[in-house]
Design a protein around this ligand. Structure first.
Ligand SMILES: *Cc1c(COP(=O)(O)O)cnc(C)c1O
Length: 374
């Protein structure tokens, strides 16, 4: 195999230009002598809540932890059902099972790869205790429809916004509303390659519910309401480090520009690829393009062609949750989620990051063209 000339992502290109700012931020934490849940975390929480357009943010250890803590804060457990999708890498199913509840998986809208609100409504039972849509690839799920269903049934919504920092859609009043500002709770990951990435693991929950926010602050720290006084049985250690929060404050200042750069790159890809027999992501102004995902009939051959041409690509994600060996206990059979299963064989993620150059996109597009035609 040739060396990869154009990678799926390149975090050095993003972080190296910020070297002086990041060094200063880390040095300030080092000199402060305070390394867990301090000034930097508090400041970042305030800045990120304000960015999302919500009142509260709670920094935690990772996106996966945020999903679990959301369920814990809503007291979801044995006997409860949580409805989610099967095409978003199992993070949701894993959190729901950890909480002791049952994941109920529904199919997706083929046009967006996001949860299909009609399938969602059909899956609601008296045991449904939360809805967990995912804003996959950086595109908001159909939140007006999902929130309307949730309100009608009195069920909380937990957004998995781990791929959608800064993504937005219009609400019922035609106002733009960002990921995180729709659900009862929303979960973010700051894994280094996300649209807002730390230099290690990190995550957060956001909410407008003050009581849930307080409970989450206890749950992330052993269930304490004050030092050594445990008031929540389900507490754990799930804290955001001061160093990561300090780095995230630097990175947050560049999030809007980064998302805008991703949109420019997506537009160029669309322009260069639109005459090919492949599916392209629809052009939406609020799409944050965490990933640029096309659909192709001979996906594996195309991927091989790209690899030979030195171009990175990936599949997000090849195996739907309901067909994973570990989740056979859930009782789903092949064919249970036809659209999810069909798209799993078609999707291909092309290189997409804010620092990707015009020339690189042209090279990727030329290789895709040659690969589709071969
Ligand atoms: C990355 C991701 C997560 C998990 O976040 P971590 O910080 O890696 O634990 C959850 N959900 C989605 C959709 C993700 O992309």
């Amino acid at each position: 195999m040739n060396k990869t000339r154009i990678p799926m992502g390149d975090l050095r290109r993003q972080n190296t230009p910020l070297r002086a700012e990041i060094d200063a931020a880390i040095a300030a934490v080092l000199d402060s002598g305070w390394y867990v849940l301090g000034r930097e975390v508090a400041a970042f929480e305030q800045e990120f809540a304000s960015y999302c357009g919500v009142s509260h943010c709670i920094g935690v250890a990772s996106g996966a932890e945020a999903l679990f803590l959301a369920l814990a804060a809503l007291e979801i457990g044995a006997g409860d059902e949580v409805i989610t999708v099967a095409n978003a890498c199992m993070y949701q199913v894993s959190a729901i099972l950890q909480a002791g509840a049952r994941p109920v998986l529904v199919d997706i809208d083929p046009a967006t790869s996001n949860l299909d609100p009609r399938a969602l409504e059909a899956a609601i039972t008296p045991r449904t205790k939360a809805l967990m849509p995912v804003h996959l690839y950086g595109r908001l799920a159909d939140m007006p429809a999902i929130c309307a269903i949730a309100a009608r049934h009195g069920i909380p919504v937990i957004e998995d916004a781990a791929q959608a920092h800064g993504a937005w859609a219009h609400d019922a009043e035609s106002q733009p509303r960002r990921a995180g500002a729709w659900g009862t709770l929303a979960c973010f990951s700051f894994y280094p390659s996300k649209n807002l990435g730390a230099l290690g693991d990190g995550g957060a929950l956001v909410t407008n519910d003050a009581a849930l926010a307080e409970r989450l602050r206890r749950l992330r720290m052993y269930g304490w309401n004050e030092k050594y006084c445990t008031v929540e049985a389900g507490g754990r250690n799930s804290r955001l480090d001061e160093i990561q929060a300090a780095v995230l404050r630097v990175k947050l200042r560049g999030l809007e520009a980064g998302n805008a750069a991703r949109q420019v790159r997506a537009a160029l890809y669309r322009e260069l690829l639109n005459d090919l027999p492949i599916a392209l992501p629809a052009d939406e102004p609020g799409h944050a393009y965490h990933l640029f995902v096309i659909g192709a009939n001979s996906r594996d051959a195309l991927r091989q062609h790209l690899s030979t041409a030195g171009i990175g690509s990936d599949v997000h994600y090849p195996f739907p949750a309901h067909l994973q060996p570990a989740y056979a206990q859930l009782g789903y059979k092949p064919g249970a989620l036809p659209i999810t299963e069909h798209l799993a064989g078609q999707i291909l993620s092309l290189p997409m990051f804010p620092e990707l150059t015009h020339s690189e996109i042209e090279q990727v597009a030329a290789a895709v063209r040659a690969g589709v035609r071969q």
